[in-house]
Ligand binder design. Sequence first.
Ligand code: MN
Length: 426
Amino acid sequence: MKINKENIESVNKKVAENHLNQFDFLANSLDQKNIDVDKLVSELSDFQVAIPSWALGAGGTRFGRFSFYGEPSSLEQKIEDVGVIHSLTQTAGAISLHIPWDVPEDYNAIKELAAENDLIFDAVNSNTFQDQKNAKESYKFGSLSNVNKPPREQAIAHNIEVVEIGKKLGSKSLTVWLADGSNFPGQNNFQTALKHTEDSLKEIYKNLPEDWKMFIEYKPYEPNFYSTVIQDWGTSFMLANACGEKAYTLVDLGHHLPNTNIEQIVSTLMLKGKLGGFHFNDSKYGDDDSTVGSVKPYSLFLIFNELVYGMRNNPQNPYPAWMIDASHNVKDPLEDLVQSLEAIQEAYAKALLVNQDELKQAQLNNDVVLAQELLQDAYRTDVRPLLAQARLARGGALNPIQAYRSLDVRRSLIEERGRHTVASGL
Ligand SMILES: [Mn+2]
């Protein structure tokens, strides 16, 4: 399944006039505020978000999983699915592989297929949260933090192997997320678990190529319900510092306790030059992995405001690696990802509209009201015509969901793959 330019152009024709009117109206009003609209559109066009290879099928919970028809059952099909999303949105120009679920058999063929779909390989993700077939050691009681050396060594070796696979694909970063922790008080010695984790991460770090980065993800709870070894940004930051300058913290929006001030975490990490990776999703209660921007869009905007500030003012922080990390339990995963990409771009565009100079002045004058007005004025602007214009400039769809539906993409995928396919790895 591949969407060509002609398909997209024919769908765009139907909404082109409406788009033009809306874009002209917005461009004029932004112009009056001395905002460079062309620059905004090109900044939006350049913003690319990776899609993880495990996001193309239906997700599930421990209570059950309801599969979606026409799911990809091979790495090739997953790449094609990301290609579909990218051709419509022009925002998803990268795929992030999960090892061992997506180990390529023919590296050259996979690289070629990705290039055909205009995709690059983003961070590679290791997996020590489940036991693999024929594995000698079990991770039931932890991987990098395990009290016993053999499972720790196996987990270290796995991460090094993931880097080797990534090297062959042109990836430049490794993401480590640990499920390690304990379910009951007394089960683990906190200090021993943390020490083992630090030593294991340092071993992996030693094997990281010169031009690579290591991202250390944190999460407060789940799958363990009493303690998690890398539970918060502070622990991740400490471990990244212990490893060295190529190690960074990765912020996943869903990996915080309710009401955590994530924008402040982002700001602190960027000031210290340690925000390496970023996973987008949204949640109501915990790590629900809902569509980005579906529950707390204003929080997302405030987070983006700090990201934009950091990207402009913190040269010590590298350009972050963006990825969507959500679970699509009841929606068509491709439509859900398109909605997430739209929400990300929307929050980014609104953050770009914030007049940072005026905000700084308001802060210097302790003008709290004006500071809030400046943020909310940007947030209340309907930026969707800017997003559509950015997509159009790169040959994407003016309205990606509408295009996906009128091109009957899911039906084609079902015809091609059959109804009862299951995405590998899930
Ligand atoms: Mn994540």
